[in-house]
Design a protein around this ligand. Structure first.
Ligand SMILES: [Zn+2]
Length: 249
C-alpha cells in the first residue's frame, strides 16, 4: 500500500476503503499535508493499521518534521491511532472534549463500547488512552507556511472539529465525519449525534467558500465542492436531514 497524492501538498496515507492507500478496514481516510518543509496529519485511524499508516507517511516525509496530528473527533476510526502517534513522539491535538475522552480512553463518551457491541469494531478492540494538546474552534495552527483553521463542527458527535486549509488552489475542507461527497452527512443513533447542531454547523460551513472537500470516508471532491456543501445546507434549511452516508442495511 502506498501514499496517494490528491493535491499538490496533500496525500491520502490511510483508509479503510481506498484500494491504494488502504491501511485497515476500520480506518477513516487519514490525510498528510506536506509542502516540502512543514505539515500536519489529519486523523490517525483506528490504530489497527498503524504500521502501514506510518510507512505511507514515510514515503512522503520524515514524520518527525511534522507539527502534529490533528484529530477531527473522538470516534475510534479517527482517534484510535492517537496512542500510536504519541508513542512515536508526535504531538497530537484535538478539541478539549476529545482531549478529555482520550486521556482515559473513555469508551462510553466516545461511543466505542456501543460501536463494538454493534459489531463495528472487533470484540477485542480497545480504545487506547493518549495525551492530546487541546485546540479550539477559531484557532489557527501554523507550521512554516502551512496554516490550518480549526472550526467547531458539532452534530455528528460532540467536540467535532473540521479544518480549513487556505492556499493557491482555493479553500480545502478536511471535514472528518461532518460532510461527504454529494452533500451527505453521517447520522447515527447515538446520544451525542445532534441534528439541530448539525444543521447549524453545515449551514455555517456552506458560507466558507469551500473548493475541495476531503472527507473522512468515501469519495473525495477535488473541485466545485461548494455545490456539495450548498446541497446539504439547503436541505437542512428546510429542516430535513440530508441523505445519510451510512447505509440502512
Ligand atoms: Zn465519526
Amino acid at each position: 500500500m502506498t501514499a496517494v497524492q490528491v493535491l499538490d501538498d496533500v496525500w491520502l496515507v490511510g483508509s479503510g476503503t481506498h484500494e491504494t492507500a488502504f491501511t485497515d478496514p476500520h480506518d477513516c481516510h487519514c490525510y498528510l499535508i506536506w509542502d516540502g518543509e512543514s505539515g500536519f496529519l489529519i486523523d490517525a485511524g483506528s490504530g489497527l493499521g498503524e504500521q502501514t499508516w506510518l510507512a505511507n507517511i514515510e514515503q512522503v516525509c520524515d514524520p518527525f518534521r511534522l507539527d502534529s496530528v490533528l484529530i477531527t473527533h473522538y470516534h475510534a476510526d479517527h482517534a484510535g491511532g492517537a496512542a500510536t502517534a504519541r508513542e512515536l513522539g508526535l504531538q497530537v491535538r484535538g478539541h478539549p472534549l476529545t482531549t478529555q475522552a482520550l486521556l482515559t480512553g473513555d469508551e462510553e463518551r466516545t461511543q466505542v463500547a456501543r460501536a463494538r457491541a454493534a459489531g463495528i469494531y472487533p470484540a477485542d478492540y480497545r480504545l487506547r488512552p493518549a495525551t492530546l494538546e487541546p485546540i479550539r474552534g477559531g484557532q489557527h495552527v501554523r507550521s512554516g507556511d502551512v496554516c490550518l483553521e480549526a472550526v467547531d463542527a458539532p452534530g455528528h458527535s460532540d467536540g467535532h472539529l473540521v479544518f480549513l486549509l487556505h492556499g493557491t488552489r482555493g479553500t480545502v475542507l478536511f471535514s472528518g465525519d461532518c460532510l461527504f461527497a454529494g452533500g451527505r452527512v453521517s447520522l447515527q443513533a447515538i446520544p451525542d449525534c445532534r441534528l439541530d447542531l448539525y444543521a447549524t454547523t453545515v449551514i455555517g460551513l456552506a458560507d466558507r467558500g469551500v473548493d475541495v472537500l476531503l472527507p473522512g470516508h468515501g469519495e473525495l471532491v477535488l473541485e466545485r465542492a461548494r455545490n456539495d456543501l450548498d446541497r446539504a445546507a439547503a436541505t437542512f434549511r428546510r429542516l430535513v436531514p440530508p441523505e445519510n452516508v451510512l447505509p440502512a442495511d
